[in-house]
Design a protein. Structure first.
Lengths: 296, 118
């Protein structure tokens, strides 16, 4: 794969991702149509350089993807749930980034000449940011869990009252691979475990530091949660690397747009006009564009 | 007959926006022409994300019909989908464009530069 192949493949992948959001039956046809336009843009002699053609193709594909995202965005409770999940992932990532920054700064800060050195203050601030982000992530995860549990209880109650519950609409196809999703879930779980461990450890310390059974139990919980968090974060790192490697491998292996099926009329569901348009509308032959004929 | 009547009723419910106006102007300028999406994008100066949802809506309303290219001009190139105004679509588009042009012409011209000119 050369550098010139990267942009067409990226554009093709964007279009495939955009069409995955469409209902079954429509996505395939739209993908064929847009991949054909992509091929035309990449060979358009009216656009001067190859680089500009590639940029135009990526812009075309990105526009389709953006619009499909906007048009197929869920609404109501499902939208709120998705926003909360995204916020949990972002805050978990922020907590990890701040934590890593603290670990990197720590050797420098420990060599500072005094506790009032600016580097020590910076380290403390970043550590506080990490804690705030981690706690926010934990709060979001807990609220998501509570919302899920309450909706299940409500569903069960309705079932007992034999009220017919309409099935929720099937969400669009998932865009992220299972490995990627697993990486994000383990990352969030790692941060939540770390926060739980931290809070349990602090509570154990506050209640007497091993003097009572409660403080010992809290310290043990803290220790276990800390081990679980390190295991989760390690697993998240491995899964994240695997997901990125898989995505790059698929991008490199993707030779071009999928081979179109036999050309023919669009399905009846997509072409209501064909049934009602006058016959004269259909009779005119297709005009071949001048730029098409000039291509080799 | 009933189907045609229903289609006409649906067609009249087109809400005119600036991008739609540009698209219809392009299509009405040469109603017999088959256009492909990229060509429409360039001519009407619309982005891909704006054009295709509009085309899909117009197609559902029966104003535009689409057809797959039967034999691509260049071997190996995937066939394209071509769009064109239907007969009824052209009539409705002309009417709507004329109405929009009338509204624009009837709008009072006001502005700081024109305040003292009358």
């Amino acid at each position: 794969m050369t550098a010139w192949d990267l942009a067409p493949r990226l554009a093709s992948a964007l279009i495939t991702g955009a069409c995955m959001r469409l209902p079954e039956g429509r996505g395939g046809e739209r993908a064929r149509e847009w991949q054909a336009e992509l091929a035309a843009i990449l060979e358009d002699p009216a656009i001067g350089s190859r680089a500009r053609r590639q940029v135009r193709a990526v812009r075309f594909a990105a526009g389709q993807r953006r619009t499909m995202r906007r048009l197929t965005r869920p609404t109501g409770a499902e939208r709120a749930r998705q926003v909360a999940i995204r916020a949990a992932v972002v805050t978990a990532a922020a907590a990890i980034a701040c934590g890593v920054a603290v670990l990197l700064l720590d050797p420098v800060a420990s060599r500072a000449y005094s506790d009032s050195a600016p580097i020590v203050a910076v380290e403390i601030w970043i550590a506080m940011l990490a804690a705030v982000a981690g706690l926010a992530c934990t709060a979001l995860v807990i609220s998501l869990g509570l919302a899920r549990a309450s909706s299940r209880v409500r569903q069960r109650r309705r079932r007992r009252q034999s009220v017919s519950i309409p099935r929720p609409a099937r969400p669009p196809a998932r865009r992220m691979s299972r490995t990627g999703r697993a990486a994000l879930v383990t990352m969030v779980a790692g941060v939540v475990f770390l926060m739980v461990g931290g809070v349990a450890g602090m509570l154990g310390y506050a209640t007497g530091s091993g003097a009572s059974a409660a403080s010992t139990a809290l310290s043990d919980i803290g220790g276990l949660a800390a081990y679980a968090s390190w295991a989760s974060l390690g697993l998240a790192l491995i899964l994240g690397i695997a997901a990125i490697a898989r995505w790059l491998w698929r991008l490199a292996r993707h030779i071009g747009p999928p081979r179109p099926r036999q050309p023919g009329r669009a399905p009846a569901s997509m072409n209501l006009a064909a049934a009602s348009a006058p016959a004269a509308d259909q009779a005119a032959p297709l005009r071949v564009q001048p730029e098409d004929t000039s291509r080799g | 007959m009933l189907l045609n009547f229903a289609d006409i009723c649906r067609i009249t419910a087109v809400r005119m926006t600036r991008p739609l106006e540009r698209l219809l102007t392009t299509l009405v300028a040469d109603p017999g022409t088959h256009w492909y999406g990229y060509e429409l994008m360039k001519t009407a100066k619309l982005t891909s994300g704006t054009l295709y949802p509009m085309l899909a809506r117009l197609e559902e309303q029966g104003m535009v019909s689409s057809e797959w290219e039967r034999s691509p001009a260049v071997a190996g190139r995937p066939p394209r989908k071509y769009y064109r105004l239907t007969g009824e679509g052209a009539r409705v588009a002309r009417r709507r464009l004329a109405r929009t042009a009338g509204k624009v012409a009837a709008r009072p011209v006001t502005g700081p530069g024109l305040a003292g000119s009358s």
